[in-house]
Design a protein around this ligand. Structure first.
Ligand SMILES: *[C@@H]1O[C@H](CO)[C@@H](O)[C@H](O)[C@H]1NC(C)=O
Ligand SMILES: *[C@@H]1O[C@H](CO)[C@@H](O)[C@H](O)[C@H]1NC(C)=O
Ligand SMILES: *[C@@H]1O[C@H](CO)[C@@H](O)[C@H](O)[C@H]1NC(C)=O
Length: 292
């Protein structure tokens, strides 16, 4: 089962072929289908691996959004209560698959690092209702954070935002909008991009004049400098074939928050950076030094 689930992590992220099709054929209205390939892998909308399959102590939740969607979420608790840390992760995944595919990551955070983990499903993904777009997903991430703030057992914990790929953009947006609240203790970003628009010229140079057609922005390059005084860990796979690693480097360079920590994986590609040696060691070091 564990191997199978790690296999699910290696889902194709459709930026390259997807955006190529969008801009070359001008299919403006199909952008969302291509930027948010929520049906990949096949059955990703119905087959969601469940925490119990990995022996995890978890609540399966349905969280209502202010605009009437219902989000599926898992709240994973530390396996050993007596070691529980005062930390809650909120996890945002990449643009394919569902939260169930990322359970092996949550298992490590909960059972080895003894943290709470909220795995939030975006609208239109997995068992959540609705259709994804930038505005909607931003409402979803806020719904997840507000849920943590409203729970007696979580509200006084240190919140760590953890985003992979598209989830990094979601996390940056959320951190900036909530920075004055004072409860976000850390941000972890893996293989994320400067903006969707900046993905286009690097992925398909000939299409650069068509970037104004792109209506999903996710402007992390503009937003990230708005985060201050929150420790940020950057995890960059140098073999990333989807998001050029230069995007992560640039985000690190323009980041004004301190401390900011850079860790790179010489053999990490877009899919497999999370399984590279050292990855969870760096996460643990970040937790021990800057969060707990
Ligand atoms: C990422 O995963 C997808 C789906 O398994 C695969 O097609 C693609 O080749 C992978 N990319 C790399 C560089 O391994
Ligand atoms: C849980 O942690 C406590 C304290 O470190 C330890 O004594 C106990 O053996 C652990 N229980 C399990 C089931 O690992
Ligand atoms: C947990 O962290 C919060 C936020 O930093 C803090 O206010 C609270 O006192 C901590 N609680 C414990 C039990 O350490």
């Amino acid at each position: 089962m564990a191997t199978l689930l790690w296999g699910y992590l290696r889902v194709p992220i459709m930026f390259a072929s997807g955006l190529g099709a969008v801009v070359s054929s001008g299919l403006y209205y199909y952008q969302n289908e291509l930027i948010y390939p929520r049906n990949i892998p096949a059955n990703a909308r119905t087959d969601v691996p469940r925490p119990a399959q990995l022996g995890l102590d978890a609540e399966e939740l349905s969280l209502p959004t202010p605009d009437g969607e219902t989000l599926s979420a898992f709240l994973i608790k530390p396996g050993n209560v007596s070691k529980a840390k005062n930390v809650t992760f909120i996890m945002f995944h990449g643009n394919a698959g569902n939260i169930g595919h990322r359970l092996p990551i949550a298992k490590i955070l909960a059972n080895e690092f003894h943290c709470n983990v909220l795995m939030l499903e975006y609208r239109g993904y997995g068992l959540s209702t609705g259709n994804p777009d930038e505005k909607g997903i931003a409402k979803d991430s806020q719904t997840g954070l507000d849920f943590i703030r409203g729970r007696g057992d979580l509200k006084n914990t240190k919140i760590v935002i953890y985003g992979q790929s598209l989830g990094g953009a979601v996390g940056i947006d959320l951190a900036v909008k909530n920075k004055d609240h004072g409860d976000i203790a850390g941000v972890i970003l893996e293989n994320t991009f400067l903006s969707i628009k900046k993905m286009i010229p690097s992925v398909i140079p000939a299409a650069k004049y068509l970037t104004p057609l792109c209506h999903q922005v996710w402007p992390s390059e503009e937003m990230l400098p708005g985060i201050t005084n929150i420790p940020i860990l950057f995890l960059s796979g140098l073999q990333d074939e989807i998001v050029p690693p230069s995007h992560m480097k640039r985000l690190f360079d323009i980041c004004r928050s301190e401390p900011k920590i850079w860790k790179e994986f010489p053999y990490g590609d877009h899919n497999n950076t999370v399984t590279e040696a050292g990855y969870f060691h760096y996460v643990q070091e970040f937790l021990d030094k800057y969060i707990v």
